[in-house]
Write a protein that binds this ligand. Structure first.
Ligand SMILES: NC(=O)c1ccc[n+]([C@@H]2O[C@H](COP(=O)([O-])OP(=O)(O)OC[C@H]3O[C@@H](n4cnc5c(N)ncnc54)[C@H](O)[C@@H]3O)[C@@H](O)[C@H]2O)c1
Length: 328
């Protein structure tokens, strides 16, 4: 491209949702690999503070934009003509919000995602990795959940899950790019501050402040908890930036082990030295009873195994949350 410098032509990635919990860790990791990153976010649920570690990095450029805007990929390529990889994480992530605002969530999480994917494919980029979700399996009872357990007849329990499924199917049918169906990701920077927050960040926040941990339903629900660093390793592998070539298709990403909410609550109470009794609230609409990943497809394709167990991951997350409180 005329006028482009060698710096501009460095291999670059687009990360949508770069101010979010996972997107900020992914951006950091990609910059650490020596790649340039164009990040997009509109701060719907993400925070500028999550970008503090990389906002001033010379390889990073930021577009404060809504992914509903049609020209995002073209703008990113203008900034970084060497753009070759797209990691699409921007989404409205709250299941309850999606039940209350289905049209908005379908527009952002489904239509905008499909449009971005189609543009990336038309531009013959090297890879496109979509942030899929275990919510695509709806209330499927067969455990562990294999990729084939979500199909056209699966009834997702929320527009959030429906939109994720439709995007994953679009990616799979195109034969280009991959959708990673993540189970419950947790770790530093996950926001405890909204009523829709992930259970781990909410429990840690309640634990450290000495309040009762609030459990929706009887706490017998179980989840497959994945440490954020492992989710980043999965993105890097799927884009062909690790040890295996770029992947195509749909892959579960989890640990293959499950923990009940009561078990998680006990672990967090121990780590945070919280002695308050648990507080039980009514079951939430859209919450499934069990969720556990069948992980062999991604293991075969990418040699991927989660490396950080729950005890270690929780201890790191609690240490981070303590440090945040100390510096607040
Ligand atoms: N955290 C998990 O357990 C988990 C599990 C499965 C899938 N996922 C998926 O991973 C991705 C990242 O999730 P997260 O946990 O980091 O959540 P997050 O809320 O921290 O990150 C989402 C980011 O997308 C941004 N965003 C939302 N709407 C946007 C829009 N219209 N335009 C531009 N930016 C927008 C938000 O501001 C936020 O920074 C999401 O797609 C989510 O559905 C997360």
């Amino acid at each position: 491209m005329p006028g482009s410098s060698a710096k501009d032509l460095k291999t670059a990635c687009l990360v949508t949702g770069c101010a979010g919990f996972v997107g900020s860790h992914l951006t950091e990791a990609l910059l650490g690999l020596g790649l340039a990153v164009v990040g997009v976010d509109n701060f719907f649920s993400g925070h500028r503070r999550n970008m503090a570690g990389f906002e001033a990095h010379p390889g990073f450029s930021f577009l404060e934009k809504n992914i509903l805007e049609p020209e995002i990929l073209a703008r990113a390529v203008d900034i970084r003509p060497g753009l070759a990889h797209v990691f699409h994480l921007a989404a409205i992530v709250s299941v309850p919000y999606s039940l209350a605002h289905p049209d908005e969530v379908m527009a952002v999480n489904h239509q905008a995602s499909v449009d971005l994917f189609d543009q990336a494919r038309a531009m013959a980029l090297a890879s496109f990795v979509f942030a899929g979700s275990a919510a695509e399996y709806g209330d499927c009872e067969s455990m562990p959940l294999a990729e084939s357990d979500a199909g056209p007849n699966t009834r997702q329990t929320s527009p959030y899950g429906r939109a994720k499924y439709l995007c994953s199917r679009h990616v799979e049918q195109a034969g280009f790019g991959s959708s990673l169906r993540f189970f419950n990701i947790y770790g530093p920077r996950q926001d405890p501050g909204s009523p829709y927050s992930g259970v781990v960040s909410r429990f840690i926040d309640q634990g450290l402040s000495g309040r009762p941990l609030t459990v929706f339903g009887d706490g017998g629900q179980s989840r497959d908890f994945l440490f954020v660093r492992d989710s980043v390793r999965a993105y890097v592998a799927a884009a062909g930036l690790g040890r295996v070539p770029v992947l195509s298709g749909v892959f579960n990403v989890g640990t293959g082990t499950s923990t009940t909410i009561l078990g998680l609550a006990e672990a967090v109470r121990r780590l945070t030295k919280n002695r308050a009794p648990l507080s039980f609230l009514p079951q939430r609409e859209g919450d499934v009873r069990r969720s556990l990943a069948e992980v062999s497809r991604f293991e075969r394709a990418a040699g991927f195994k989660a490396q950080t167990g729950l005890d270690k991951g929780l201890a790191r997350t609690v240490a981070w949350a303590r440090a945040q409180r100390g510096s607040a």
